[in-house]
Design a protein around this ligand. Structure first.
Ligand SMILES: *Cc1c(COP(=O)(O)O)cnc(C)c1O
Ligand code: SF4
Length: 349
């Protein structure tokens, strides 16, 4: 698509939004600073009685509750089993740790290539751009990750960029975290510009849950950063339930798709949230209706504090079979799990 046309498309899709881009980019940072951080406040807004939940303080001392207003707005009032609520509400079940569930289930500590850089697979490296997210997902596989050792200042990134520069086998850089879209546009621009200087880097892949949880972050200024780059950009978003794809999130995802950036989705199979044929069907259908390709359905990583979300692999396989029978081929995700030491994610089918 010629870039002038692209620009027009972006402008068009923005025209219905807030008129001034400046107000808009302010507003996502403001929304984030107003995010909900206490179970009491969250449950009160949902008209739920905190007495009916088991939420011991120890369950979230080290991984606080965090949820944006936008995400809250997509939860159903008065429903203690709302699939979005269950993704963010701490529970005493997090204190149970059956054998096999460990803090660094993926052995990421062994994959540090340089400070802030993981390289597990051929031709791709993953930058831990920040430890911060716009939401805290209780099942997160990085909930125990020690971000303290990762770079913070721009200068701290020097060794990572030099390591990328030295390894000409790397073609693609994954921007991950935390959530890379927590970074402001000028920091993202610096990262892109630095990567553009490295001839063997051809692609950037952004792994982010922000279009789903903090949709106002997706401004046209932000999208332009990537559209003006020589690097091909892919975005992998993270939605687990079709209710997440409503309202402002749907609009923002559309905006990214219309800008021309290919958007893929990864989901995690979560007990009590999306572990049914019907829900996975609705999720995948919702995604393709927005122009997003379902990429991966992850079997839960065995990380301490998340065992209550684990499902049987046989169920996952049945779900995929059902999706194959009911959706176009491109709408069926790959069902995978990550096995430490393997050179790719392991397909379970
Ligand atoms: C998942 C992952 C990737 C990307 O794998 P793809 O199969 O290309 O999506 C790259 N690096 C790390 C460390 C990962 O965990
Ligand atoms: S947004 Fe991603 S990295 Fe952050 S808590 Fe959720 S799953 Fe983990």
């Amino acid at each position: 698509m010629p870039s002038s046309h692209l620009q027009k498309t972006i402008n068009d899709s923005l025209s219905s939004a807030i008129p001034s881009e400046e107000i808009q980019s302010d507003s996502w940072q403001k929304s984030l600073s107003h995010a909900i951080r206490s179970p009491e406040e969250l449950l009160e807004k949902l008209k739920l009685d905190i007495g009916q939940f088991d939420i011991p303080k120890e369950a979230f001392n080290n991984f606080l509750l965090l949820v944006t207003e936008s995400y809250l707005n997509r939860m159903e009032r008065g429903n203690p089993k709302d699939p979005l609520l269950l993704q963010v509400l701490p529970t005493g079940k997090e204190l149970v740790s059956p054998p096999g569930f460990t803090e660094d289930a993926l052995h990421e500590k062994d994959s540090h290539f340089a400070r802030g850089l993981l390289k597990k697979y051929h031709h791709r490296a993953l930058m831990i751009t920040t430890g911060t997210c716009a939401i805290h997902c209780r099942y997160c596989f990085r909930r125990h990750f020690s971000y303290l050792d990762e770079p913070r200042q721009w200068e701290d990134w020097k060794p990572a960029f030099e390591a990328i520069e030295k390894d000409s086998s790397i073609q693609e850089i994954l921007l991950s975290g935390g959530d890379p879209l927590i970074l402001n546009d000028s920091r993202l621009e610096k990262i892109i510009k630095r990567l553009e200087e490295i001839p063997h880097i051809k692609r950037i892949r952004i792994h982010t849950r922000i279009p789903v949880v903090l949709p106002s972050r997706i401004t046209s200024n932000f999208l332009e950063l990537f559209l003006n780059s020589r690097l091909t950009t892919f975005m992998v978003i993270h939605a687990n339930h079709h209710h997440e794809l409503r309202d402002d999130a749907a609009e923002s995802i559309r905006k990214i798709v219309r800008s021309g950036i290919p958007v893929l989705n990864q989901a995690v199979l979560l007990k009590g949230i999306n572990d049914s044929k019907e829900e996975q069907f609705q999720l995948c259908e919702g995604l393709i209706n927005l122009g997003v390709i379902p990429y991966y359905l992850h079997q839960l990583d065995q990380v301490e504090g998340t065992s209550h979300f684990e499902t049987e692999e046989t169920l996952g396989k049945e779900i995929i079979q059902f999706l194959r029978e009911n959706l176009p081929g491109y709408a069926v995700p790959q069902y995978v799990r990550e096995i430490p030491g393997k050179m790719n994610k392991t397909p379970l089918l």
